[in-house]
Ligand binder design. Structure first.
Ligand SMILES: Cc1cc2nc3c(=O)[nH]c(=O)nc-3n(C[C@H](O)[C@H](O)[C@H](O)COP(=O)(O)O)c2cc1C
Length: 245
């Protein structure tokens, strides 16, 4: 059984190997553990994974920039499958070390976009805008409605602009009552290109969504679960690469 330890360190200048060596020698050698390191290097928050086994220690992976991923689902339906899909994806992204935030539009009071920018009566508009602005990447999950993106998700996107959406690395998921297809995904890809977001090539379309999740909201199909793994991996890695300042 492996322990997972988190260490938050504050280091201005570092040599990864000397930091790893002395830290591991002093405190972890001889333990069976996976260590995740987070620390500041100059101006950047960096994270790394270090695997330690009984006999020796090694730096298995390179050092990566921490990323924040925000998830939004475009269905207001209680028991929404889009939200379940979004949660499955965001849990995987979090397991890869990303900071995550889920925006549940069912609990937010958002008006229709009126083409202006004064939504003082709707503080959730600012909440939405700030959460997305603070993100490096996004996951958008939409039900397919009449062959396209739901109005709920499109309206949420319309309440934002370049300031919030431009440059965001984005993964797309669609959820359908019928057979899986790419209609809503293609439309969403065009929308996100229009606001200068970077949409990753991996995407997920879940057909007959009423049949896709168990009672615990977990994906029933192993192959689909693997697609979610690859989707999450690509989103985190591409966000790390594109957002590296
Ligand atoms: C207005 C509306 C339009 C729909 N259009 C489609 C469609 O074009 N294709 C399809 O396969 N399912 C369609 N559906 C079914 C939904 O995609 C399906 O029920 C999905 O699970 C809804 O997402 P949710 O579970 O997140 O609410 C439609 C449902 C509604 C309410």
């Amino acid at each position: 059984m492996r322990d997972v330890l988190w260490a938050n360190l504050s280091v201005q200048y570092f040599s990864p190997y000397s930091l790893g060596n002395s830290f591991l020698k002093n405190s972890l050698s001889g333990k069976n553990a996976a260590l995740k390191l987070r620390f500041w290097c100059k101006t950047h928050l960096v994270q790394s994974y270090v695997n330690v086994d009984e006999q020796h220690y090694s730096l298995k992976k390179g050092f990566h920039f921490m990323v924040k991923i925000v998830g939004i689902s475009g269905s207001l339906r209680p028991g929404s499958h889009s939200y379940k899909a979004l949660k499955s994806a965001i849990e995987r992204v979090a397991a890869l070390g990303a900071e995550v935030e889920l925006l549940d539009l069912r609990t937010m009071n958002l008006p229709f976009c009126n083409g202006g920018d004064d939504y003082a009566d709707y503080p959730d508009v600012a909440r939405l805008q700030e959460a997305v602005k603070s993100a490096d990447g996004l996951i958008l999950a939409t039900p397919e409605y009449h062959g396209s993106v739901s109005g709920v998700l499109k309206n949420a996107l319309d309440l934002m602009g370049f300031e919030e959406l431009s440059g965001k690395v984005t993964g797309l998921i669609s959820v359908l009552g019928g057979q899986s297809n790419s209609n809503a995904l293609n439309d969403l890809r065009i929308i996100m290109r229009w606001v200068h977001a970077w949409v990753i090539p991996e995407q997920i379309s879940i057909g007959q969504a009423w049949n896709a999740f168990g009672e615990d909201d977990k994906l029933l199909d192993e192959k689909l679960a693997k697609r979610f793994d690859a989707f999450a991996q690509s989103l985190v890695e591409n966000t790390q690469q594109l957002q590296q300042k």
